[in-house]
Design a protein around this ligand. Structure first.
Ligand code: NI
Length: 171
C-alpha cells in the first residue's frame, strides 16, 4: 500500500469529472487500498480518487472509526438513486480544502447504488454522517467541492483563507 499525495484546491484536477470503472479488478482494489491508507494517514473520514489525481469513480470512507478501530468502506461507481426532501445542515471539511469548515445543507437521507471491492452490485441506504459523507464524495467525482455549495462570497473567502494558510505552510 502506498500513501499518495492529496491535491489541494484550487488544483484544476479537482474539477475533473471522473470516469466510470468498467471492471473492479486488482488495479482498482490496489487503488482502494492506497486511498484508504492515504485517508487514514491524513485523519480523514472520506476520500475520492480524484483527490489523488485519479479520475475514476472510486470513493473510500470510514465514518465509524474510533479508538484506533477501523471500519473501512469502498464504493465504486456510486450513484444516488433517491434523496429525501428533508434536508440537514452539517459542518463539512475536506482533505483537499484543509482547515476550512463550513455548514452545508444536503438531503438528510439517501439511497446509493454502487459496486463493492469484489465488483458486486450493492445498495446502501444512509442517513446521518454516512449520508453527508457519501454526497460529499460523489460531488468530488463530479468535480465539485463542498465550498461550491456556499455563497460566492463565502466560497471566495474560504479559498483566500486556504491560499493564505498554504503559503504559511510553505513559507
Ligand atoms: Ni472532500
Amino acid at each position: 500500500m502506498t500513501i499518495r499525495p492529496i491535491l489541494i484546491a484550487p488544483d484544476p484536477k479537482l474539477k475533473a469529472v471522473a470516469a466510470e470503472v468498467d471492471k473492479v479488478d486488482g488495479s482498482i482494489r490496489r487503488l482502494i487500498d492506497d486511498m484508504l491508507e492515504t485517508m487514514y494517514k491524513a485523519d480523514g473520514v472520506g476520500l475520492a480518487a480524484v483527490q489523488i489525481g485519479v479520475a475514476k469513480r472510486v470513493v473510500v470512507m470510514d465514518v465509524d472509526q474510533k479508538d484506533g478501530n477501523r471500519y473501512p468502506r469502498a464504493f465504486v461507481n456510486p450513484t444516488l438513486t433517491w434523496a429525501s426532501e428533508e434536508t440537514v445542515v452539517h459542518e463539512e471539511g475536506c482533505l483537499s480544502v484543509p482547515d476550512i469548515w463550513e455548514e452545508v445543507k444536503r438531503p438528510a437521507r439517501i439511497i446509493c447504488d454502487y459496486l463493492d471491492r469484489d465488483g458486486n452490485a450493492q445498495t446502501q441506504e444512509a442517513d446521518g454522517m454516512l449520508a453527508v459523507c457519501l454526497q460529499h464524495e460523489i460531488d468530488h467525482l463530479n468535480g465539485k467541492l463542498f465550498i461550491d455549495h456556499l455563497s460566492r462570497l463565502k466560497r471566495s473567502m474560504s479559498l483566500k483563507k486556504l491560499a493564505k494558510a498554504q503559503k504559511l505552510k510553505e513559507g
